[in-house]
Design a protein around this ligand. Structure first.
Ligand code: NAD
Length: 277
């Protein structure tokens, strides 16, 4: 029988720990959240981030900018927030409208306030094992594994996906935890065979239910990063849960697995930013 890794429960535990720490140490932190345009999914994410700030007892300041905001205007706002001592963390909700270069935006956020962990300096620190902000989704996956007593050391870890926000930092974090890591992507030959080696398989491929039992070694731990809305309105992941779960020793569900961890780790980064200052 497999273990269901409960991301909702673990994320709540983390937020409760942070709430306690913020109160005990009288930590004063404020997160600036910038949204350009009014994409409904982005609005939901932004709303959830603000709610999480409120829950753990830190401030949030919202900047809801119109769709036609120019790149220069957004960069100017980031400069102001970088210089504002009352702001500890800056988050620009992605995606930004097409006329804005997201790389330029990410690079402009001070690495001291880069709570999303996307700045090249943050990624570089992660790469060479130095202190810095780590991208929230992969950091959340490491917490899920640790708090579910899944040891990473010496394990064959296979990550499917090499995006800058999930796949690559995930691989670096697994490596930092002494896993033996393979990164697969759209050009990988014989993906099934490579995945079948994994003791820990992380699917961040962005294709609904692509990972079936054929990709999974008996007794593996499977982490599903994907989130997709199906025609029936329900959510599913990159993993075909019903097919795969019986072959695993532990697996994350969608929803209620990796998703809630992303916001919890954002809160971890906000508190860390306030403490670093
Ligand atoms: P992405 O599209 O940027 O990257 C997908 C990766 O998968 C690419 O590196 C690509 O090479 C690889 N890939 C695509 N097709 C493949 C194939 N057939 N075989 C092997 N590799 C293939 O996506 P992303 O931003 O990394 O996100 C991945 C998934 O995770 C998406 O479903 C996204 O919605 C979800 N996501 C969830 C959270 C969360 O909080 N739970 C956060 C970020 C992303």
């Amino acid at each position: 029988m497999y273990k269901l890794i409960d991301g909702k429960l673990i994320s709540t535990t983390i937020k409760d720990e942070l709430k306690q720490e913020v109160a005990d140490k009288n930590i004063k932190a404020t997160l600036a959240v910038i949204q350009v345009g009014n994409d409904p999914a982005s609005s939901v994410y932004v709303g959830n981030k603000k709610k999480a700030c409120e829950y753990i007892g830190i401030g949030s300041k919202s900047f809801e900018l119109p769709e036609e905001t120019t790149e220069e205007e957004l960069l100017k706002l980031i400069d102001e927030l970088n210089a504002d001592d009352s702001i500890n963390g800056i988050l620009v909700q992605l995606p930004v409208p097409k006329h804005i270069d997201d790389e330029k935006i990410i690079n402009r956020i001070s690495p001291l306030k880069d709570v999303d962990g996307f700045h090249p300096e943050s990624v570089g620190n992660l790469c060479i094992g130095q202190e810095g902000f780590v991208s929230c989704t992969p950091a959340g996956i490491i917490e899920l594994l640790k708090r579910s007593d899944v040891s990473i050391e010496g394990k064959e870890c296979v990550v499917i996906g090499r995006s800058n926000i999930v796949g690559k930092p995930m691989a670096l974090l697994l490596l930092a935890n002494n896993g033996t890591v393979t990164v697969c992507h759209s050009r990988t030959k014989d993906l099934k065979k490579v995945c079948k080696r994994a003791d820990i398989l992380v699917a961040a491929v962005g294709k609904p239910k692509m990972i079936t039992a054929e990709y999974v070694k008996e007794g593996a731990v499977v982490i599903d990063v994907g989130i997709h809305r199906m025609d029936n309105g329900k959510l599913c992941g990159d993993v075909d849960f019903d097919d795969v779960a019986p072959h695993t020793s532990a697996i994350t569900p969608v929803p209620g697995g990796v998703g809630p961890m992303t916001i919890a780790m954002l809160m971890v980064n906000c508190v860390k930013a306030a403490k670093r200052r």
